[in-house]
Design a protein around this ligand. Structure first.
Ligand code: KG4
Ligand code: ZN
Length: 340
């Protein structure tokens, strides 16, 4: 079975070709980071235009690399939600055009489910499991049952974890995206430099806005007093606290649900401290922690194709997974409210 995956929800245009849910024949990713860097974040209008400019050429490259034609494609999987609406619409419209012209069914995929299924491309995941979803736009603890059904156990009440990493990095003048830079700086700083209190929220909920503000206030205070400080110490204090909280709450949810498997999903799953701390603390409780390889942590179409593969596998009738040409992009949609 050949699934063509299409991803364009943010600043990566990606097309992948997946065979039988395991073999990634190709996973082309065209990143716009260099273009958006100049503005300190993703500019939605520019993102949409870049997707339009690139998407057809990326498809040609993908087909060539996989040595197939569109006649060999059984299904088209496309991200329809959530994300930047203009960016999503490029992928969705492109998928609809291909579907109409070549008579291939479309399977719409929720982007966050894609991030979760990135783990299934590389590991045999035992269900039920807990997924910690951490990206630029999301921070959620999700329970996934044996039938691949999802229950949202909790999430952030304000900023997403990746967003707060990016904001802290911006205040420290470190560049964009901030997550990977803060990740590296952690090891050069003293995590006990700034005491940050943990926000009091629900047992599986998060709040990163206060933690981010504590760092910003400290920077402003030092700047006003013209006093020097080591940026690495602040990055380490911030990331250390954030990772402690993520690990504590994720492990608590796994214990409460009596599951032995945790999967990390989303761009922040690339964070080295989060990977190592969660794996180490999980092992002490007999819980196995999985995360995707670096290339599959950030936005890519192979994970979208994989989510579609499992959707088909779990469906009573294949047709239940398909969308017609009325398919639209949706900017905001909770993972448990997936429409398809
Ligand atoms: O999933 P993703 O590629 O896009 C969204 O769907 O949001 O995630 C991007 C986010 C950005 O906020 C970026 O700073 C963060 O993931 N990120 C990291 C790391 N690599 C990427 N955050 C912390 N540590 C990293 N190594
Ligand atoms: Zn993403």
């Amino acid at each position: 079975m050949i699934i063509l995956g299409i991803e364009s929800s943010c600043d990566e245009t990606s097309i992948a070709i997946l065979r039988d849910g395991k073999d990634i024949l190709t996973n082309k990713i065209s990143s716009q980071i260099e273009i958006h860097k100049e503005y300190g974040g993703v500019v939605p209008e520019i993102a949409s235009r870049q997707h339009i400019k690139n998407i057809a050429a990326i498809l040609d490259e993908a087909l060539e690399e996989a040595k197939i034609t569109l006649d060999d494609v059984d299904y088209i999987a496309v991200t329809y939600a959530p994300g930047l609406i203009g960016a999503l619409l490029v992928g969705v419209s492109f998928a609809k055009g291909l579907s109409y012209a070549h008579n291939i069914p479309i399977i719409p995929v929720h982007h966050i489910k894609g991030h979760m299924y990135a783990n299934f491309l590389e590991h045999d995941i035992e269900l039920p499991c807990i997924a910690l979803v951490v990206s630029g736009g999301h921070t959620n603890i999700v329970y996934m049952d044996e039938n691949h059904k999802f229950i949202n156990m909790g999430g952030t009440l304000d900023d997403a974890v990746g967003e707060s990493c990016d904001k802290v990095a911006r205040v420290l003048g470190l560049g964009y995206p901030g997550g990977p830079i803060v990740d590296k700086m952690y090891y050069q700083g003293d995590r006990n430099f700034l005491h940050i209190t943990e926000p009091k929220v629900g047992e599986y909920d998060f709040s990163f806005s206060g933690i981010k503000t504590a760092v910003i206030n400290f920077v402003n205070k030092m700047n006003m007093k013209n006093e020097e400080f080591k940026k690495e110490d602040l990055a380490a204090s911030f990331l250390g606290k954030v990772v402690d909280i993520l690990c504590k709450k994720t492990l608590k949810s796994a214990k409460d649900k009596n599951v032995k498997t945790i999967i990390l999903a989303g761009g922040v799953a690339a964070n080295s401290l989060l990977r190592s701390q969660l794996t180490e603390q999980g092992a002490k409780l007999g819980i196995k922690v999985y995360y995707p390889s670096m290339k599959l942590c950030t936005d890519n179409a192979a994970m979208i194709a994989e989510a579609a593969y499992f959707k088909l596998k779990c469906a009573e009738k294949k047709e239940d997974c398909f969308a017609g040409l009325e398919l639209n992009g949706i900017a905001t949609l909770d993972v448990t409210k997936d429409l398809y």
